[in-house]
Design a protein around this ligand. Structure first.
Ligand SMILES: *Cc1c(COP(=O)(O)O)cnc(C)c1O
Length: 388
């Protein structure tokens, strides 16, 4: 499909674009340009070149022999997004979107960030391509994440602290959207997860699907067959949808997403419109989004990508929750058994695997998506373990 239609951007009842007309115009323009370039051989060559030379792809699919042995069940492979430049999967998506922004002739890039991880990823590629970068961040978040603010500034980005509302992510999103509506002719809004109105969920999946494109090729090389399950943590859902993408049409492969038990949109949410799109949302009786909490900042979001909402409703994917204690234990288990310190986000996927693998037979295969490395979390884990 090359033309934007009304149906495009829907996943069953989920997705869509529930925004004011001026914003719809800006989003339609991005959708049109994305559709134009996503199958363009020159664009894809350039994307591949930078994934290889800058991001460091392809990254390995590592056989976790010691973890496998310790758990005593299924064979476990780790997809190593932690080895990408900047330490997580986020760079795949920001690289794709910045190349699109360049093709569209954008003079500046804007983004919003909560904990700062997406802001740092965006500032990184803007520095590399020499594009002006403005990051909106809640004023409260800039105080709590002062080091990430410094990282973004070091990379040449301007960080705008948003004082309105509660000074949190939601207020930063509002400011970024206002900026886009006013400046969309020369400004590109670079969104960080598989959420938001169309075309973002589709576009973010497209750029992250390199994860499963590689892992499928790699597991076929190593094992001569597909895995029995792919497991990934779910915040907004971008690393998970990228890890699932090339297996969605392979019914023998279970797709398993893992959420924090205090931000469980997929397991406990109800359909609603939030931030301009329809998805499963954690709400109170009156329909207000509930506050969420996760020890992993990247998973702290009351909604969820529309495609995951659909995969849940249709039964194609399964979603589970894990507790903070299970995550902390898994963080240490992977560090000790394999010498790989995972991000706290990724440790959610590990925590589920620790429960699942022993129930499976030794000839079954699991792929865990290690979405990022844990260096950023070591100090926090140190503090949490100290208090135990
Ligand atoms: C941001 C982040 C996540 C959560 O985002 P998704 O869009 O759900 O992938 C997970 N892991 C790491 C390492 C992150 O930085």
């Amino acid at each position: 499909m090359s033309k934007v239609s009304v149906e495009e951007g829907y996943f069953g009842q989920f997705g869509g674009s529930f925004v004011p007309p001026e914003m719809k115009k800006a989003l339609d323009y991005i959708a049109e340009q994305f559709n134009k370039y996503k199958d363009d051989p020159e664009f894809n060559e350039e994307f591949k070149y930078h994934l290889k030379e800058y991001v460091g792809r392809e990254n390995p699919l590592t056989y976790a022999s010691h973890l496998t042995e310790q758990l005593g069940g299924a064979k476990i492979y780790l997809k190593r997004e932690d080895l990408n430049h900047t330490g997580s999967h986020k760079i795949n998506n920001v690289m794709g979107q910045i190349l699109l922004a360049k093709k569209m002739g954008a003079k500046r890039v804007i983004a919003e960030t909560g904990a700062g991880q997406h802001g740092v990823a965006t500032a990184t590629v803007c520095a590399m391509f020499g594009i002006e970068c403005v990051i909106y961040m809640g004023a409260e978040d800039t105080r709590r994440q002062a080091l990430n603010v410094f990282r973004m500034e070091l990379l040449g980005a301007k960080v705008v602290a948003v004082d309105k509302g509660q000074g949190r992510l939601k207020d930063a999103v509002d400011e970024a959207l206002n900026d886009l509506v006013e400046n969309y002719e020369n400004t590109f809004y670079l969104l960080g997860s598989a959420v938001g109105p169309h075309p973002y969920p589709t576009m973010v999946k497209h750029f992250h699907s390199v994860i499963s494109e590689e892992s499928k090729r790699q597991i076929l090389e190593k094992e001569g067959r597909l895995p029995d399950a792919v497991i990934a943590c779910v915040g907004g859902g971008s690393n998970a949808i990228g890890a699932f993408a090339h297996y969605i049409d392979e019914p023998s492969v279970r797709l398993i997403g893992v959420e924090p038990d205090q931000a469980a949109a997929l397991t406990k949410g109800k359909p609603a419109v939030i931030h301009g799109f329809k998805c499963l949302v954690l709400m109170d009786e009156e329909g207000n989004p509930l506050p969420t909490y996760s020890i992993a900042a990247g998973l702290d979001y009351p909604g969820i990508g529309p495609e995951h909402s659909y995969l849940q409703e249709s039964g194609r994917a399964e979603y589970y929750t894990v507790t903070n204690e299970e995550v902390l234990a898994a963080f240490q288990t992977l560090s000790r058994t394999e010498g790989i310190i995972p991000a706290l986000e990724s440790a959610h996927a590990v925590a589920h695997a620790v429960k699942l693998a022993p129930t499976l037979s030794k000839d079954q295969i699991l792929i865990l998506n290690i979405s990022g490395r844990g260096d950023k979390d070591v100090e926090q884990v140190f503090d949490m373990l100290k208090d135990q």
